[in-house]
Design a protein around this ligand. Structure first.
Ligand SMILES: [Zn+2]
Length: 237
């Protein structure tokens, strides 16, 4: 075990989740045994006190496909950018290094989800796909909560002007200017707006992956930057 659970920053159930002193290790307990966490540990399952290697992750392709998970993959992991489960003991993981990790839960329904929302996934509607799949197994958007982990911020995510204008034509809230006064995008702002439109209450853990060296960032370190994990699960009764 590389990072025992008591090293996780923790907030008691009911408090706002955005109180991480160290975004590298963050955990929030929701009602009905539902848990959310962010972890930079190489084995995030062990880091949250679950079985080593038990986290279930998809092959992320910056798309908008959501998959229902009821146990470990049989064979290769599918290509998907959102995972949903209605089963306790299934640890869903999303891996990021600048993209927005989105954790979702309807504790009353016992349904949790994770989504990998970078520029392309946000634009393609991965968050809506996750919320829709959660509804298919009993979740209700009005009861669903979401938290966004740190991601590249709108001041650091510099893009060509044509790309900024293209994305902003569909998601005006994402348009920014960077610290260098060049065109930029705030993908998290787009995700928050999408969640609000879906009726899902959302909060955001503060932080920017480019600016916080504790978090892997492709923008800062290149394509081999270490990925870190967003996790959602429901404890076994
Ligand atoms: Zn930043």
């Amino acid at each position: 075990m590389t990072s025992p659970p008591d090293r996780l920053a923790s907030t008691p159930s009911g408090d706002p989740p955005a109180t991480a002193s160290a975004t590298a290790r963050w955990r929030h307990d929701l009602p009905s045994g539902v848990r959310w966490a962010f972890s930079t540990a190489p084995d995030p399952a062990a880091a949250v006190g679950l079985g080593a290697g038990s986290a279930v992750a998809a092959r992320q392709v910056h798309g908008a496909r959501a998959v229902l998970v009821r146990g470990p993959w049989e064979g290769d992991a599918p290509e998907a950018d959102a995972l949903v489960t209605d089963r306790p003991g299934v640890l869903l993981a999303v891996r990021v290094a600048d993209c927005v990790p989105v954790l979702l839960a309807d504790p009353a329904a016992g349904v949790v989800g994770v989504a990998h929302a970078g520029r392309r996934g946000m634009d393609a509607g991965v968050v809506a796909a996750a919320v829709a799949l959660m509804a298919e197994v009993g979740a209700e958007p009005a009861r669903t909560r979401a938290v966004l982990g740190p991601s590249v911020c709108g001041r650091c995510y510099e893009v060509p002007a044509a790309m900024r204008d293209d994305v902003a034509s569909r998601h005006p809230v994402t348009a920014t200017r960077t610290w260098r006064a060049t065109p930029g995008l705030d993908v998290a702002a787009g995700v928050l707006e999408q969640l609000a439109a879906l009726g899902v209450a959302a909060e955001q853990v503060p932080g920017c992956t480019v600016e916080d060296e504790a978090l892997g960032s492709v923008r800062r370190s290149g394509p081999d930057a270490p990925r870190w994990s967003g996790l959602a699960w429901r404890e076994l009764p």
